[in-house]
Write a protein that binds this ligand. Structure first.
Ligand SMILES: NC(=O)C1=CN([C@@H]2O[C@H](COP(=O)(O)OP(=O)(O)OC[C@H]3O[C@@H](n4cnc5c(N)ncnc54)[C@H](OP(=O)(O)O)[C@@H]3O)[C@@H](O)[C@H]2O)C=CC1
Ligand SMILES: Nc1nc2c(ncn2[C@@H]2O[C@H](COP(=O)(O)O)[C@@H](O)[C@H]2O)c(=O)[nH]1
Ligand SMILES: [K+]
Length: 509
């Protein structure tokens, strides 16, 4: 990366800078390979943050299906984390994890899981079967004859809240076979034929629908798929482990016995370990990291957070190959206002990435991403991947409960991992005095509403938006790969007015 024009004399964040277009020999945005070269199984440079409001098993599985990584947060017991890892490993790669409800559940129950939007649906199972499946998730899944059908989520807006789901299914459809779901056009056509979107089964009028179809793997329910999902299957490459299962990362903190926790999670199948604390450049972190690295588990280790070259060097020396960078940029984070500590994120990533490169290590940029452009700029600064928290909390797959505000808008709650809410939960086992001492140091917001974008309510919609923006950034720089982008990116400094000019204008001026 190179600055054009004047060299910066102060530290910068994403809004302070812009990318300059260059002569390019890349003729299509689809020629661009976004894979990070950090030794993880990711094929796109996006990571869902280890926050309780952001990464649960469903979001982790969904982002891995499209090539990113989800980091399950450290604030859960080893047993719960191991169970979450195993759940991700059981999920289908070629279709979506289903939302399943029993036939006697109501439309209102379904709307507690999903907003009434296109592209999603609830699989309805015979009542006893759904209950048995819930009780024993390892039983191998629901059988074909136990599945009554799938109800598109947008249809739920037009039925009474107390309508029984079983009564809303009219006739069984054959479903799609998992084995028939290749990539690209064949899968797309198979889904459209099953859902009637190709015209053969009769559509609901001129507007193209994107209804989900049920997918079976032999005798068992595998999941659901939409035509858009099939299309994505031809564009993205999933992040997989050596056995072809979806990849997942897990965080461990620096207190307790991080090595024992790391070993248990590796045994459960975790693919990447993230050793994480607010102030990563401290002896407690170096001890914890060295203990985890000494296990020699053969997994990539990520550690942070730091914002200086010195911090990078110490963590790499302690055994990490990926350093997580960012103090204070996060949307839920009050560290900069409480402590004055931190560093504008673009410069932090730039300096850390330079130091990491000299040591053969890598950097993940963590926090402060609000637009696709911020991801492009973090990559230009030298990051191998970009971690996103709060933005992903407001998605259907996010672990939070779906809520509706007084105006009928759907949202999920987000909170910081150093907020009073998180600290109270983390130290619930301590006595009241010790807990109160810990709560004194809260450095995060305890509750924030993250609205679902009605046009992009799912994590995959956000991935589409971000990766298409970033693919385009690469071609503007004439880069086919992330390594080329790192060297070819030309960056300029802009005024606040220059940044403002770049925004779209929703109403006339
Ligand atoms: N990227 C960022 O800007 C930040 C991220 N976070 C996130 O919040 C989560 C919780 O992290 P964390 O608060 O570190 O909790 P942890 O449970 O990981 O514990 C941190 C340990 O470090 C000690 N410590 C010393 N100095 C500090 C300091 N300045 N800030 C925090 N701990 C310190 C603490 O002791 P004692 O409590 O006795 O001081 C404690 O033993 C993590 O996921 C972290 O990434 C939190 C803040 C900033
Ligand atoms: N200072 C704090 N930082 C926090 C807290 N919870 C999370 N974080 C950091 O934010 C990023 C995610 O950033 P976002 O802008 O995408 O939301 C996360 O990975 C942590 O590093 C907190 O309570 N305090
Ligand atoms: K902030």
């Amino acid at each position: 990366m190179q600055f054009i024009g004047s060299q910066p004399t102060v530290d910068l964040t994403y809004s302070d800078v812009f990318l300059v277009p260059r002569r390019s020999a890349v003729t299509s945005r689809l020629e661009v390979d976004l894979s990070p070269g950090d030794g993880t199984p990711a094929t796109i440079p996006l990571v869902a943050a280890n926050m309780n409001a952001v990464t649960g098993p469903r979001l982790a599985a969904t982002i891995a299906r499209r090539g990113g990584l989800g980091v399950l947060p450290q604030d859960l017991s080893v047993e719960r984390l191991a169970a979450a890892v195993r759940w991700v490993k059981r999920q289908p790669v070629a279709c979506d994890s289903p939302f399943v409800l029993p036939a006697d559940a109501t439309a209102g129950d379904a709307l507690g899981l999903l907003p009434p939007v296109a592209g999603y649906g609830v699989v309805v199972a015979s009542t006893g079967a759904a209950a048995a499946d819930d009780a024993d998730p390892a039983a191998g899944g629901l059988r074909r004859e136990e599945i009554l059908g799938v109800i598109p989520a947008d249809r739920l807006a037009h039925v009474p809240g107390d309508a029984r789901l079983g009564d809303l299914i009219h006739g069984r459809r054959p479903g799609v076979e998992l084995a028939a779901l290749g990539a690209g056009r064949d899968a797309f056509d198979a889904v459209r034929a099953e859902t009637g979107a190709d015209g053969a089964g009769g559509t609901d009028g001129p507007e193209e629908r994107d209804d989900p179809a049920v997918v079976f793997d032999g005798d068992r329910l595998a999941g659901t798929v939409t035509a858009r999902g099939a299309l994505r299957g031809g564009i993205y490459r999933p992040a997989l482990d050596a056995d072809g299962r979806l990849a997942v990362a897990v965080a461990v903190g620096i207190n307790g016995d991080p090595a024992a926790k790391a070993r248990a999670l590796a045994d459960a199948g975790a693919d990447v370990l993230v050793v994480d604390t607010a102030h990563g450049h401290q002896d407690g972190m170096i001890r914890a990291l060295a203990a985890v690295a000494d296990l020699d588990l053969g997994l990539p280790i990520v550690a942070g957070n730091v914002v200086t070259a010195d911090g990078v060097r110490d963590l790499v020396e302690a055994g990490t190959s990926i350093v997580k960078v960012g103090v204070g940029p996060g949307a839920m984070c009050t560290t900069r206002m409480m402590t004055a500590v931190g560093r504008p994120q673009f410069s932090a990533v730039l300096e850390a990435a330079q130091a990491a490169r000299e040591l053969g290590a890598h950097v993940w940029a963590d926090g402060g991403v609000r637009y696709p452009r911020d991801v492009a700029l973090a990559l230009a600064a030298g990051a191998e991947s970009v971690m996103i928290g709060s933005w992903f909390a407001g998605t259907i797959e996010g672990p939070g409960g779906l809520r509706v505000d007084a105006d009928g808008r759907h949202y999920k709650e987000s909170w910081g991992m150093a907020s009073t809410k998180a600290v109270t939960a983390r130290f619930g086992a301590l006595d009241a005095y010790e807990r109160a001492r810990k709560e004194l140091f809260a450095e995060g917001i305890s509750s924030s509403k993250i609205y679902l974008d009605p046009q992009r309510p799912g994590i995959e919609d956000l991935l589409d938006m971000i990766t298409s923006g970033v693919r385009s950034s690469f071609t503007y720089a004439g880069a086919r790969s992330l390594a080329e982008f790192h060297t070819r990116a030309h960056v300029g400094l802009q005024s606040a007015a220059g940044y403002e000019e770049g925004k779209a204008l929703p109403v006339s001026w």
